[in-house]
Design a protein around this ligand. Structure first.
Ligand SMILES: *Cc1c(COP(=O)(O)O)cnc(C)c1O
Length: 433
């Protein structure tokens, strides 16, 4: 190159991206380094823009979830608005006594009340809740688990591995498809030192056919306390926070309140699945056992920060106020198909392009919950694969493609974002017009 462009000048030309200067310098350097002999200044500037754009797209940012998967693991599971200020917080300061307090006490009590438990603590995620519970209550001792419950959850969470890490001894009982109470009783007797019976919800798979399961109520007749990892975090099967009856797609999903009432000593679940809260794990149930978990050294390593605890407190208050509509997950999950159809019709009419039509759809709960369950839904269908163009919008739209058609499910799109959906579709349809 006769006149290599000035890095600084090139970096300044990228300022519109809003990235800090050192990142723009890196983008400029990368573009210059990869320029070929025939590239002029414009080509290098275009390449630098591409580098800066790619960097911007790797950063965390809001997206529109038009996939129809309500709890999309890649999109952060439950959507949540978190409001904070730059103020200090009484995180571990007791405002009544003026002394040091517990960050867990208040939010734990609220979550416990919402779940019908004596006590609760909040940790980083459900994997952490399982690890802490086993470490605090069963290290060096046996824990009976049915063979059909030895699940793997996405992201490398495997019950036998977590058991190993906790120092508890896994006692596998029964078979993959059939496990009876006698299997747990015999397993416990053979081991001689059993601390817990554990039941794990098969969140992401089903066993059908010649099957037999041992209920929590049956397990509770044995000596060892029952720990139930229910995973999905439905607080109450009767969904008192909804105006209507529980949605039919929740059928068979274990709920914290009912599992405790059946006799579980503890239930463990995620905060960001059906609870609709921030990423967190809850340990709820018998106060003496929750307290042992809270005192274990791992509790310190797994404790959430004030952002998560504040968000969890808000969610717990919404449940206690029976205000499901203020929880974005429940508002989306229970929107009527007619309301979704109305929104789709408006977008289709506004754009007025033959390639775009409304369509029936099937949303899913997702997040490794309720496998095979469909929620009646409605959305938009466009000819061709427009997913890349939709993703390239300044507020990226994540859609699904099937048989050379692009599908946007409106159940997972907040109604306030319909304008962005319309704009994104207009742009995506433009070049082919
Ligand atoms: C999802 C799930 C977990 C893991 O929960 P995280 O909050 O993602 O750690 C554990 N157990 C069961 C049964 C689950 O469904």
């Amino acid at each position: 190159m006769a006149h290599p462009p000035s890095v600084d000048k090139l970096a300044r030309s990228l300022a519109v991206t809003g990235l800090p200067h050192p990142l723009l310098v890196a983008a400029a350097r990368a573009a210059i380094a990869s320029a070929g002999p025939g590239d002029d200044g414009d080509a290098i500037e275009a390449a630098a823009h591409k580098h800066a754009y790619r960097r911007q797209r790797t950063m965390l940012q809001p997206v529109i979830n038009a996939t129809g998967v309500l709890l999309h693991t890649n999109l952060g599971r439950a959507p949540l608005a978190v409001e904070t200020s730059a103020d200090f917080l009484n995180l571990e300061h007791d405002l009544i006594s003026g002394k040091r307090g517990s960050r867990q006490a208040a939010v734990g009590e609220l979550v416990a009340a919402a779940a019908g438990a004596e006590a609760a603590i909040v940790v980083n995620n459900c994997a952490g809740a399982v690890l802490l519970t086993l470490a605090a209550l069963a290290a060096g001792k046996g824990v009976t688990v049915g063979r059909g419950d030895l699940v793997e959850i996405g992201g490398g969470f495997r019950i036998p591995d977590v058991m190993n890490q906790s120092g508890a001894r896994l006692i596998e009982v029964g078979t993959t498809n059939r496990t009876r109470l006698a299997d747990y009783a015999n397993g416990a007797e053979a081991d001689g030192d059993v601390a817990l019976s554990m039941s794990v919800h098969r969140s992401n798979y089903r066993i059908t056919g010649f099957t037999e399961d041992t209920s929590v109520a049956e397990l509770a007749t044995l000596d060892a306390p029952v720990v139930a990892d229910i995973g999905s975090g439905l607080l109450d099967a009767s969904c008192p926070w909804l105006d209507g009856p529980p949605p039919s797609w929740l059928e068979g999903e274990p709920a914290a309140r009912q599992t405790l009432a059946e006799g579980a000593a503890l239930v463990l679940f995620s905060g960001d699945k059906l609870m609709g809260g921030p990423q967190a794990g809850i340990i709820a149930g018998r106060a003496d056992l929750v307290s042992l978990c809270a005192k274990h050294p791992l509790a310190r390593a797994l404790r959430p920060g004030s952002l998560v605890l504040s968000a969890m407190q808000d969610i717990a208050l919404s449940y206690l106020a029976r205000d499901g509509q203020s929880i974005p997950f429940w508002a989306m999950a229970t929107a009527s198909v007619e309301s979704l159809r109305g929104r789709a019709d408006q977008i289709v009419a506004a754009i007025g392009d033959d390639r775009l039509t409304g369509t029936d759809a099937e949303a899913t709960p997702g997040g490794g919950t309720l496998p095979g369950v469909a929620i009646a839904s409605y959305g938009l269908k466009v000819d061709g694969d427009l997913t890349k163009s939709l993703r390239d919008q300044s507020l990226p739209i994540i859609a699904r493609v099937e048989d050379q058609q692009t599908f946007l499910d409106l159940r997972t799109v907040h109604p306030d974002r319909d304008g962005e959906i319309e704009m994104g579709l207009r742009t995506a349809l433009e070049p082919a017009k």
